[in-house]
Design a protein around this ligand. Structure first.
Ligand code: HEM
Length: 216
């Protein structure tokens, strides 16, 4: 049925990034900074590779302090991640915002990004972002599983076995951390290319919804 234009009015202004995403995103950043810096301190005590991280980039001062920071912020990160994952799953956010994507769309958007022709619509992730966000969630899961197996190797001996033993779990943990660091570098570069996304991730941004009036 055709309705007069006067009946079609902007009804609501919805956030591009709901508060649940913004809150958990920025808490996650804080927790990740603490986890990574304290983790580098722990690594320095018994390095896997012939290098250590500068003392100024570590958190906790000494090994005991590094471990205390790592385990304390682990809880902040875990509660926050659980909140984000449950909200993302049950609100339909993951399904709506992260999927679908294909190798073809990722390639197309990568080429567009490198030629600075990638259009950006606030609130809509391109295929490269979709792939990156799903990958970092999987990397995060690997980071948590390998971290748990190093923390409680006796209680979680099955998990240690799955990861190829205690020594190998340490490598998995290190490479998962490196993967997350690589994600952050590319992620921040992409944000710098489209700075308005940063403002929206803080304020929420507003998108107008044109919705048919039901007031008769
Ligand atoms: C200085 C550091 C960071 C900045 C400035 C930043 C900024 C942003 C911005 C602006 C967006 C929205 C992008 C858009 O609308 O197109 C976003 C989304 C996202 N960021 Fe970050 N970010 C940072 C660090 C991180 C870290 C450390 C992680 C995880 C390891 C992360 C994971 C994500 C994820 C998963 C999303 C998608 C959120 C969703 O819609 O569920 N970010 N970030």
């Amino acid at each position: 049925m055709n309705r007069p234009l006067s009946k079609i009015i902007p009804r609501c202004k919805q956030n591009i990034h709901p508060w649940q995403i913004r809150l958990s995103h920025w808490i996650n950043l804080l927790a990740m900074i603490c986890m990574i810096m304290s983790g580098w301190g722990i690594y320095n005590a018994y390095p896997l590779f012939p290098f250590t991280f500068p003392q100024s980039t570590t958190l906790g001062g000494w090994l005991g302090g590094n471990i205390a920071w790592h385990l304390a912020t682990m809880w902040l990160m875990a509660v926050n991640a659980l909140f984000y994952l449950l909200w993302g799953l049950f609100s339909g956010h993951f399904k709506r915002s992260f999927f679908p994507f294909s190798s073809k769309s990722v390639w197309r958007d990568t080429v567009r990004a490198f030629t600075f022709t990638l259009p950006h619509k606030l609130g809509e992730y391109n295929a490269v972002q979709r792939l990156m966000y799903v990958s970092v969630l999987l990397l995060g899961a690997l980071l948590v599983l390998s971290g748990l197996s190093i923390w409680k190797p006796v209680q979680l001996s099955g998990l240690v076995w799955l990861l190829g033993g205690f020594g190998s779990a340490r490598y998995v943990h290190f490479f998962a951390m490196s993967g997350v660091m690589l994600f952050v570098v590319i992620h921040v570069l992409m944000v710098l290319l489209v700075p308005k996304t940063f403002i929206a991730m803080i304020t929420g941004g507003k998108k107008a919804h044109i919705q048919e009036s039901t007031d008769e």
